[in-house]
Ligand binder design. Sequence first.
Ligand code: HDE
Length: 703
Amino acid sequence: MAKKSGLSSGKPATVHDQKLQRGAGGELHQLAGGDIPVLTTAQGGPVADDQNTLRIGSRGPALLEDFHFREKIFHFDHERIPERVVHARGYGAHGFFETYESLADYTRADLFQRAGEKTPAFVRFSTVAGSKGSFDLARDVRGFAVKIYTKEGNWDLVGNNIPVFFIQDAIKFPDIIHAVKPEPDRGFPQAQSAHDNFWDFISLTPESMHMIMWVMSDRAIPRSFRFMEGFGVHTFRLLNSKDESTFVKFIWKPKLGLQSVVWNEAVKINGADPDFHRRDLWEAIQSGNFPEWELCVQLFDQDFADSFDFDVLDPTKLIPEELIKPVPIGRLVLDRMPENFFAETEQVAFMTQNVPPGIDFSNDPLLQGRNFSYLDTQLKRLGSPNFTHIPINAPKCPFAHFQQDGHMAMRNPVGRTNYEPNSRGEGPREDPVRGFRSFREEVDGPKVRLRAESFADHYSQARQFFNSQTVPEQKHIAMALTFELSKVEAAPIRERMVAHLLVIDEALGAAVADKLGMDPLPKPADAAVSPRDDLPASPALSVILNGPESFTGRKVGVLVSNGCDAGLLKKLRAAVEKEGATMELVAPKVGGVEASDGSRLPAHHMIDGGPSVLFDAVVLLLSEEGAERLTGEAAARDFVADAFAHCKFIGFTAGAVPLLAKAGVAPDADEGMIALEGASAIPGFIESCRKLRLWAREGSVKL
Ligand code: HDE
């Protein structure tokens, strides 16, 4: 049904509906009438003229009396709210969580009681360091914040796509964030960790070494929000109806498998499409390809916690999945984009302390600090303690309390009684049975500022992470460290960092030192606890080893020219769509090309606007004449050369060979070059694409 007011009017006026009238200055006014509502002020007063301010004569001064102008500009001047101090750039979507089986043995959380129950959810993905307008493919951690509107209050699982964190104590959070953000005197670099302040802090903070390995890995440049994992990071507790506790770590696993891009590609994507990740999520959801994750839990008891090699309260450590297998307990499906970015994605307020009865915190010192911070930040950002009155933050279950008044109060208690207990029997009262209860943990000890000794091993899991990566991934880590440290001006900082790397893995440290031109090698850092050698590799930590089983959800870019084979293109499209992937055409002009059968094929991109970095695989579907023409275009040569350098599978018709030659790519360079001599070659091409990249090529290409 069409909404009746202002900008949110459901039915856009067409040119034919519009009644136009020429104003005094010759400008055209659109008049209300028919389905077009009357423009009003925020007070509801109808507006006669929205084109001219009130002034004396047509060339005289403006009048203060112009309340419509004053209100309009006043509102505009106040449109911005402070961006989040971290995770400023984000993108959200609605969906639902569906419980697989009852978890009543472990938790009394209402959402986990009934198999098949669906609970509404909202998710916001983000980068951490960059401002709201920064680019999507920064090397950075991604936020993975989930709000589930349960029948017993909102549950916010405010996680990241990396299962550990830089610091062990919340008191260091302002320092790490100051260090990574633009340097305060010069105001740059934006959305980057490649600068002195960051590496200065990190090299003085050995507890960050495990996280640094993750951030320097391909995990920090995901191909899509849809292809990354999410982690609650901290150890939480589940409490059942007898208040018995089980420790839990939460992990979101994407149905479409993991995938990242390579750094050289990330840099180019940021130029070609700074909104690459948000556009990807938007397109997937708008086209009905709803992204999905399974919520998995690692459950363990106090005995495991006591026997584990590391402290389960230390957020710089993870529990290898091979040691405690994550068990899927439900799925999250994102199936609807917000109607308004500001109202929902910008105003959504996640808070770690939002847990329903049946879920509880552990004493992880980072989690305890977060529970304080998130409420505070919402007041600053949203400007009122009534931020739960904003629809995206309001619970969807019944609620009743005596909180009242304050800025922008939309709901206040009605009637005379706004306190409890009261003798009138009015208003809500607490319920010790249904209500939230904390785990009755015995805690005793002196009041101290002391880090537990069990938090002291900073290198073993960093080494385990590195040892768990495939060869190409290890190479990427070395290249990322080299790139980042090459941007550090102060040589002592570079040396201090390499000293840590030498402890994590001698060969890694030596390789980075060599690439930095550092000679002699610094002395390895003094480790409070020597790193262990006996931790087995954990394949779950690799992106490449956890890729998809099919090419579903991926995108093929097809470079076409006039005279391209229409029949082959049709069959290729059918095969790509059957695989659950999408296809976009790139042509010399966005108006498209005339195919071999005389049909007109409109393009999605002109060649300059559709570089191959936007695609997971490419096809050069060119007539010989078309290819010859494209050899003169730098963008066309880059399209091919980049796809090759980024180890993508390249399908090509015989006509495309001149362009391949000009781009310096041999048609038979390797098995990733697939000649599409006829439709029979298409299944082979699709099958190759399922592998996503031909990493074997990387040795021959310097990225
Ligand atoms: Fe956050 N974090 N954080 N954080 N965080 C915020 O809250 C904070 C930490 C995470 O999409 C802020 O509403 C402290 C770990 C996500 O809206 C703020 C500490 C993890 C988001 C804040 C941490 C996260 C935030 C800024 C150290 C992964 C974005 C705006 C103790 C488990 C949520 C806001 C969204 C946002 C504080 C560490 C994840 C200032 C003090 C560890 C995904 O409250």
